[in-house]
Design a protein around this ligand. Structure first.
Ligand code: PMP
Length: 293
């Protein structure tokens, strides 16, 4: 899909404008220096899921990338609700982005303004593979908090994800697993990762991942249900002992993994099916915060 040909209205600089007019200059600072920050929010039955958490993460990302962005959460919530309405979106995806204007062509940003744009479009499944996806292992590690503010959902943090994914697709995998700087499991190119061994749920610590909102929801559901969960640093050897693996993310939802390199995993696992069914319920109730689950 060519997103520049979207027919929808886009919010840009305090206006709801036609998508074809939502343009920026080639000398835009963020295009050159990669400090834009953005979000991906799902809309189910015209309601956004975890809207407040996404806006809070957008603010955190903006702060970490040095944006001076004084807008209030309530204002962004209203804009998003209006976008869903005027574009008549039932099931879709919302992409808010804060980027810097073209007022500097060096890393100096004092003259740049931080601009908010919000686009929306109809969207179904990301992988469309209920039978599970195949993961390669990226040759690039994920950075960690000590060398990059990895908690920010920023354009810069996606560089290694994008080139790793290009490599994996060339090798006929769907996506890739990325390890941290010590060779422990981190996440996939754009999802968090969980695995199950003997009914114990495992996932990684937060130092080298984007702390996903879907991840938080899965952890909360697991704790409420009394499922034993271990959050730690695990190497590939530990990870390969898993019975089942799944990815979590706003776009991917709960996505089982059928293969990592040549090793097969069970995609029809009771616990994964449990999380999937719980997620389906969330898609109906659409809470605005994980804390309300
Ligand atoms: N990690 C990365 C690198 C991502 O891009 C995403 C998608 N936002 C996630 C994890 C999952 O986060 P969330 O559940 O908030 O979508």
């Amino acid at each position: 899909m060519d997103f520049s040909k979207l027919k929808n209205k886009i919010y840009l600089k305090n206006k709801f404008i036609s998508s074809r007019n939502a343009n920026i200059h080639v000398l835009n600072h963020s295009l050159h220096f990669a400090t834009s920050v953005f979000e991906g929010i799902r809309v189910y039955n015209s309601k956004p899921l975890f809207l407040i958490d996404h806006i809070e993460r957008l603010f955190l990302s903006a702060k970490l990338m040095g944006h001076d962005f004084p807008m209030k959460s309530e204002r962004i919530q209203k804009i998003i609700i209006k976008l869903i309405k005027i574009n008549n979106i039932k099931d879709g995806y919302i992409r808010p982005i804060i980027f810097r204007s073209a007022d500097s062509m060096s890393p100096e940003t004092s003259l740049c303004k931080s601009i908010l744009a919000i686009a929306i479009w109809k969207w179904g499944k990301l992988f469309s593979k209920d039978s599970g996806v195949k993961l390669d292992i990226s040759k690039f590690p994920k950075l960690n908090k000590k060398i990059y503010p990895i908690q920010a959902k920023s354009s810069g943090s996606y560089q290694t994800s994008v080139i790793s994914r290009i490599d994996s697709r060339r090798k006929k995998y769907d996506d890739c697993l990325m390890l941290d700087l010590k060779g422990n499991i981190a996440e996939s190119s754009a999802c968090n990762i969980f695995w199950i061994k003997k009914n114990i749920l495992f996932t990684t610590k937060e130092h080298s991942i984007l702390n996903g909102i879907t991840r938080k929801a899965v952890i909360k559901i697991a704790k409420k249900k009394g499922i034993l969960i271990k959050i730690g640093d695990y190497n590939l050897k530990d990870f390969y002992k898993a019975d089942s693996i799944f990815l979590t993310g706003t776009a991917a939802e709960i996505q089982p993994i059928k293969k990592v390199l040549n090793k097969n995993f069970n995609v029809n696992c009771e616990l994964i099916n449990f999380f999937k069914s719980q997620y389906e319920k969330l898609k109906i109730s659409c809470p605005d915060k994980v804390s309300k689950i």
